[in-house]
Design a protein. Structure first.
Length: 743
């Protein structure tokens, strides 16, 4: 019996031995290995396997694929060019690498991933498949992990546990020793960190860092969204303590160092539910007939000093995160909602851009520096909008400003505990609106693109359950504030950017759109009868604006708006100014929101440094900070989107018995995506559930077509759907297709 076993093992052939040996040697190509080390890596130790390895090593040496660097020790002969790129995981463990060295993404089969995970920076070599002629690759080294912490549900066994991660980009569970589960209970949603990934193990090892709660519970899922992107939801004690001990009083000594603008009419216009007011406008008419308009920004850099725990924390966060039911601030509340918030009837330290403008909205003079201001009033956008709409016929003659009281309708003179509308504020609002419209027209004429995308908002009850959906649109009052913030951002960037010799600064840059993305956009919008003009930069901008205007109020509006935004390059922070394509500005920065964006804090510090006659700051240091800020902004945006998706699914849970009219917003070979017109919730109809026919995916027509009936469900079609399933944990919303919508 024993002999039979031995005889059997002597014929065990190691499968794929050539590729396995080459993979081992290429992965650690600077090291040499003997047959025993290779056998250990493969996980074999019998005589037959060792002999096969020895024989294969000699064959590969004879073919000059490997070399014997010393007796019995072998290295790979590297005649392959290695590249670097970022992993983009697909389903079933395969993926792609996005690399600057190639025009196309490189396909990586699951057996060539070599423990790389989604988003990792990797080294790889590429080869052409003979059959398909497409480029494929093999990952040889992981340069940098994209993340080390994951969110998932823990499954506890007797002596060990596994964490099954959220999302479809992670192809493996995480093994957790029983002594590292951190008091988690079976089925809890947890945050787990990767510790190591042994050579022979199918799964990485990890430990539970934090128990988030039970899956499906509101706070658990919101905290899970933040944890998934490595975003904090509270401040360390030492940071809170440091902030609470800051002197936030307004002192005579500090006022003496600043331009005192407390006697100039100043007010804020913000969303009605805003808690922090980081910008205010001041307005007065000068003796020379020009309008002096101040854009006053909370002087965060006065309180947030470099090389403090407060500054370190603000930098790490880099941005506030706006989830559906809460704001995760960049700064502790004592600053964000109190000391740095330009609240009505309070004196505040501010950093200001003050412009003298004429009736044509031309800047005739400008001044930048630290100020002290006093806010006379606080407006919600709706209240400012009421002033604008109810006074559309008022002739804005500055000389008659003092007699305006008779021309303002009584209902506009709103009064509350917090603010009072005066004739002066009403006149200022109307004049600022008039100038803002002129500036906006100039921008559009210069090639700016008008993105007025509809925002989805929720009415929440006291338990943060969604009881209604509404859409936020941008009106004149919103655009008034936007134009003056754009003016300040542009002029600050221009002031530094045009100095000689060149000075390091933090710019907000936006590259021109990629030709292939524009072609893909044309492909889709052509389905609705729209045409883009790609002749030159200006014609592209003009035709995009025409497209966005033409789809207003139509069923395909949200789809086209979304696809147009996706065709654009991403705006980011950089010390290398390339201008801002979307705004049509040669110089642009972020200066106006330092309470919620760290780049604005950097812009304030650099501007003051240069106003004081300082030399150019270290470009490399600030470029690193810009990259970090861009990355954190990207993560915050993803978290915000996930929270909206989560709330949409939660909202749809209570509407399972209703029929909804929706627009087909995406078509794939596995089904169609449908966006409900009434509430913008998007879900999927699986092709497996479309049982009335066998549907085939037609890529050219963005459609699923029935094999027998020839029924076509095409991008942009209106259909009727019903909720089939809502999964808050996986953030999936599945629909059942009722049929086409007959108007």
């Amino acid at each position: 019996m024993t002999k039979k076993k031995k005889r059997k093992s002597s014929h065990n052939k190691i499968s794929n031995l050539t590729n396995t040996i080459l993979s081992i040697l290429k992965k650690d190509r600077n090291q040499s290995f003997n047959y025993k080390q290779i056998a250990a890596k493969i996980g074999v130790n019998d005589a037959s396997s060792r002999n096969q390895i020895i024989k294969k090593l000699q064959q590969l040496k004879a073919k000059q694929e490997i070399e014997e660097v010393e007796r019995g020790k072998f290295k790979a002969i590297v005649n392959t060019e290695y590249h670097t790129g970022i992993v983009d995981m697909a389903s079933r463990g395969s993926g792609y690498i996005v690399s600057d060295d190639f025009d196309e993404d490189i396909y990586i089969a699951s057996n060539n991933m070599n423990k790389a995970l989604h988003g990792d920076e990797v080294e790889f070599y590429a080869y052409k498949r003979r059959k398909r002629g497409k480029i494929e690759g093999e990952i040889t080294n992981i340069i940098k992990r994209a993340k080390s912490e994951y969110v998932g549900v823990i499954q506890i066994h007797k002596n060990y546990a596994f964490v099954v991660t959220d999302g479809n980009k992670m192809y493996t569970d995480i093994f957790v020793p029983i002594n590292k589960i951190n008091k988690a209970e079976d089925g809890d949603k947890v945050l787990v960190s990767l510790e190591d990934w042994p050579e022979k193990a199918d799964s990485p090892n990890g430990k539970v860092l934090k128990v988030l709660g039970k899956p499906g519970e509101h706070n658990t899922e919101i905290h899970a969204i933040l944890a998934e992107y490595g975003l904090p939801y509270d401040f360390p004690h030492e940071v809170e303590d440091y902030a609470n001990k800051l002197d936030t009083s307004i002192t005579k000594e500090e006022i003496a160092k600043r331009r005192d603008m407390r006697d100039v009419l100043t007010f804020t216009i913000d969303p009605k539910d805003a808690k922090d007011f980081d910008d205010a406008l001041s307005f007065r008419i000068l003796d020379n007939g020009l309008f002096e308009i101040g854009i006053h920004i909370a002087d965060v850099s006065h309180y947030v000093q470099p090389d403090t725990v407060l500054d370190d924390e603000a930098y790490e966060r880099a941005t506030s995160v706006y989830l559906v039911d809460r704001v995760v601030p960049m700064l502790p509340e004592v600053l964000s909602n109190n000391a740095c918030s330009l609240r009505p009837h309070e004196e505040k330290y501010t950093f200001s851009a003050v412009f003298q403008m004429n009736d044509k909205a031309e800047v005739k003079n400008q001044w930048f520096g630290r100020t002290v201001t006093y806010s006379d009033a606080r407006f919600a956008y709706e209240e400012a909008q009421a002033i604008i709409e109810n006074n559309s016929n008022v002739i804005l003659n500055p000389v008659e400003a003092s007699h305006l009281n008779n021309t303002i309708p009584a209902e506009v003179s709103l009064t509350s505990k917090e603010y009072q509308t005066t004739p002066e504020i009403a006149f200022a609002t109307l004049k600022l609106n008039e100038l803002a419209k002129i500036m906006r027209r100039k921008r559009m004429k210069s090639g700016a693109i008008s993105f007025d995308k509809v925002e989805v908002k929720f009415n929440l009850d006291e338990q943060a359950n969604p009881v209604g959906v509404f859409f936020k649109t941008s009106k004149d009052a919103n655009k008034l504030i936007e134009e003056f913030m754009l003016l300040a951002n542009r002029k600050v960037a221009e002031f530094i950017g045009k100095q000689s010799p060149k000075k390091t600064f933090v710019y907000r840059v936006h590259d021109e759109p990629d030709d292939s993305k524009l072609a893909a956009l044309q492909n889709v919008v052509g389905r609705f009868g729209y045409k883009l003009n790609f002749k030159d930069r200006k014609s592209i901008s003009a035709s995009l604006n025409n497209l966005l205007k033409d789809v207003e109020g139509k069923k395909e509006q949200n789809l086209v708006d979304t696809l147009t935004i996706r065709s654009m390059s991403k705006a980011e922070y950089s010390t290398h100014n390339i201008g801002h394509y979307g705004l049509a500005f040669d110089y642009y920065s972020h200066f106006t929101s330092p309470i919620r964006r760290y780049p604005d804090v950097m812009a304030h510090r650099l501007l003051q440094h240069y106003l004081d006659g300082g030399k150019s700051a270290n470009e490399a240091v600030y470029e690193d900070k810009c990259n970090h800020s861009s990355n954190m902004e990207n993560l915050a945006t993803k978290a915000e989107r996930d929270s909206i998706k989560y709330m949409q699914i939660k909202f749809m849970q209570d509407h399972k018995d209703e029929d909804f009219v929706g627009v087909i917003s995406g078509v794939t070979d596995w089904g169609i995506y449908v966006e409900i017109i009434a509430n913008k919730c998007e879900g999927m109809v699986s092709v497996r559930d479309m049982k009335d026919d066998h549907y085939m995916f037609d890529e050219d027509h963005f459609a699923l077509i029935g094999k027998n009936s020839k029924t076509m469900y095409q991008l942009g079609d209106e259909v009727v759907v019903k909720v089939k399933d809502t999964d808050l944990v996986k953030k999936h919303l599945d629909f059942t297709l009722i049929g086409k919508h007959e108007e």
